[in-house]
Design a protein around this ligand. Structure first.
Ligand code: AP5
Length: 213
């Protein structure tokens, strides 16, 4: 089953995608991760995206759509795709449908992770990420054994530049203005599933799995 996983910044899309990849062997396509990879590699795509991401703004649709198109070509033949953080605008949603049709694929469910704003703020400000392997931690809910050091690879943990409070405010506004309307879009297509994204990661994952098996 191919799914879209969407929700506000900090809703747990990356965390739950990792659970789905590990337990259900699904394949994650995260536009945020693809951009961060391009930034770390210093490509022109990365430099372009960074100028928007550092301010908390959405990267222009044409840039994101071209990147996903390329990714889909690379993944040709793979099944059980998770689109994490894409689409984020109605134009992206329409393009995704067209791109998938070209690959004889379709989205079966668009899963919206619903989380209270205060909880989102706590998750975002407390997030720490490994600079080497990308493993995601949280200072309170998923602390590493040794502060500042990745349990998995020993790499240095850091705070994403867009997890600073002033940038978070812009990201939440971009979400409200552009991504929240996708709920109505997917509802009208009869694809929308809303999952309570509150509680522990395991609780959310158990709720999520009920819709995937
Ligand atoms: P992206 O990386 O996709 O950021 P986002 O959507 O803002 O989402 P986050 O990664 O912040 O949160 P998440 O929902 O994955 O939460 P996570 O699981 O990490 O995009 C970054 C930027 O790239 C955008 O701002 C934009 O500029 C650009 N971009 C990307 N895609 C784009 C697109 N399609 N169009 C245009 N621009 C695009 O969890 C957060 C924290 O909470 C972690 O510390 C985690 O450990 C913790 N946590 C998670 N779940 C729980 C739980 N249940 N209980 C306790 N703690 C939890």
């Amino acid at each position: 089953m191919n799914i879209v996983l969407f929700g506000a910044p900090g809703a747990g899309k990356g965390t739950q995608s990792a659970n789905l990849v590990r337990e259900l062997k699904m394949v994650q396509i995260s536009t945020g991760d693809l951009f961060r990879k391009a930034i770390s590699e210093g490509t022109s795509l990365g430099k372009n995206a960074q100028s928007y991401m550092d301010k908390g703004m959405l990267v222009p649709d044409s840039v994101v759509i071209d990147m996903v198109d390329e990714e889909l070509r690379k993944l040709s033949g793979k099944a059980d795709l998770i689109f994490d953080g894409f689409p984020r605008t109605t134009a992206q949603a329409v393009s995704l449908e067209n791109m998938l049709t070209q690959h004889s694929l379709k989205i079966e469910k668009a899963i919206f992770l619903e989380v209270d704003t205060q909880v989102l703020l706590g998750r975002l400000t407390g997030r720490r990420v490994c600079k080497s392997c990308g493993e995601v931690y949280h200072v309170l809910t998923k602390a590493p054994k040794q502060e500042g050091v990745c349990d998995k690879c020993g790499g240095e943990l850091w705070q994403r530049p867009d997890d600073k409070e002033d940038v978070i405010a812009t990201r939440l506004k971009a979400y409200e203005d552009n991504t929240s309307p996708l709920k109505a879009y997917f509802l009208q297509k009869n694809m929308l599933v809303t999952v309570d994204g509150g509680g522990s990661s395991e609780e959310v994952f158990n709720r999520l799995k009920e819709h995937l098996t």
